[in-house]
Design a binder for this molecule. Structure first.
Ligand SMILES: *[C@@H]1O[C@H](CO)[C@@H](O)[C@H](O)[C@H]1NC(C)=O
Ligand SMILES: *[C@@H]1O[C@H](CO)[C@@H](O)[C@H](O)[C@H]1NC(C)=O
Ligand SMILES: *[C@@H]1O[C@H](CO)[C@@H](O)[C@H](O)[C@H]1NC(C)=O
Length: 303
């Protein structure tokens, strides 16, 4: 079985070298850790300090066993096909020169667009020159593929160190993010800033200095309200006096807990029981006034 595998790998390597490059692929030509370690047939190992692939000094055992079923897949299914049960998340086949063949890694293919690489395998994107495997952010050596890791989380290109890292802080989120929601959907404690991109949210609503940031407090436990000059907690008492109807007060907070009050603005809606008591109070007050009036009339009539 092992011998068959090696022979098959060699045949593949030979076929690949004849079709796609002048010389056979060597370990040093493999640019990503994924390609390096998964091409067991070449006997390569990844040097994580040098970030390079070299010939392994210790014997490498293949991590992937597979069946050569790839040629049964049509072009549309081939880049996604998983004929093996132990291939992990990855497709085991690749669409190459009009046929579906066993996938040996992305970097063998010189393609300049993401679409071309994806058409070969769902594991591949381009670095501008070659296809590279979609993997951890830290495996991308160029800025172009430094977009998302294999789990779909965003990556960030550090221009100082020329490295690709996880976009795990507010300042590493892309400048195409222009709303509080864009930022919080990825990291919930971030808000937006002028010119795009994200920064750490202020702790309280009152700490948010811009209207575009005045949406939530840092922990997203308190909604905020921009009163035209400052950011405040979105509580009934902070509603503007321009709100004069029950409906506008109700709409001021999504939980509908605000109701109108005299002279505009809102107060927290009291319970039904309290409202009934208040209404009852008013009725009693009216009744008392009537009683007083009747007494006056009676006294007038008696005179
Ligand atoms: C992708 O990034 C996320 C967040 O940084 C991390 O939790 C996850 O393990 C990464 N996945 C891969 C395949 O690198
Ligand atoms: C560059 O890398 C060094 C060492 O890993 C790190 O301490 C530093 O924060 C990085 N620079 C930037 C701008 O992130
Ligand atoms: C702001 O929030 C902190 C806790 O996050 C709290 O201790 C503090 O009292 C708040 N300040 C104001 C002005 O609300």
């Amino acid at each position: 079985m092992n011998t068959k595998f090696i022979i098959f790998s060699l045949l593949l390597a030979l076929a690949a070298s004849q079709t796609y490059s002048i010389s056979p692929c060597t370990c040093t030509q493999l640019l990503s850790e994924g390609d390096c370690t998964k091409n067991a047939g070449l006997g390569c190992s990844w040097d994580s300090t040098k970030k390079s692939c070299g010939v392994s000094t210790t014997p490498v055992t293949p991590t992937v066993t597979y069946a050569a079923y790839c040629d049964t897949f049509a072009q549309s299914d081939c880049p996604k096909a998983k004929p093996c049960t132990d291939c992990g998340n990855y497709a085991a086949c690749a669409w190459v020169e009009n046929k579906c063949t066993y996938f040996t890694g992305c970097t063998a293919f010189a393609k300049t667009t993401k679409e071309e690489c994806q058409a070969i395998s769902n594991r591949c994107i381009t670095d501008g020159t070659h296809c590279v495997e979609i993997d951890a952010c830290s495996t991308y050596k160029k800025q172009l593929p430094c977009d998302k890791n294999a789990s779909g989380s965003l990556c960030y290109w550090d221009t100082t160190n020329n490295t690709c890292v996880d976009a795990n802080t507010c300042n590493k989120l892309p400048t195409t993010f222009v709303t509080d929601k864009d930022c919080r959907d990825v990291i919930s404690t971030c808000t937006t800033q002028t010119g795009g991109g994200c920064i750490d949210s202020g702790n309280n609503c009152s700490d948010q200095t811009l209207e575009i940031q005045c949406v939530w407090n840092k922990l997203k436990t308190q909604a905020c309200y921009w009163d035209g000059a400052a950011c405040k907690d979105r509580i009934c008492d902070n509603a503007p006096t321009t709100l004069t109807t029950d409906d506008t007060c109700k709409a001021f907070r999504t939980d509908g807990t605000c109701t109108t009050k005299a002279n505009g603005g809102c107060v927290t809606r009291t319970t039904c029981a309290a409202a009934t008591i208040q209404a009852a109070c008013e009725e009693i007050a009216i009744g008392m006034e009537l009683l007083v009036l009747i007494r006056h009339v009676q006294m007038l009539l008696l005179q």
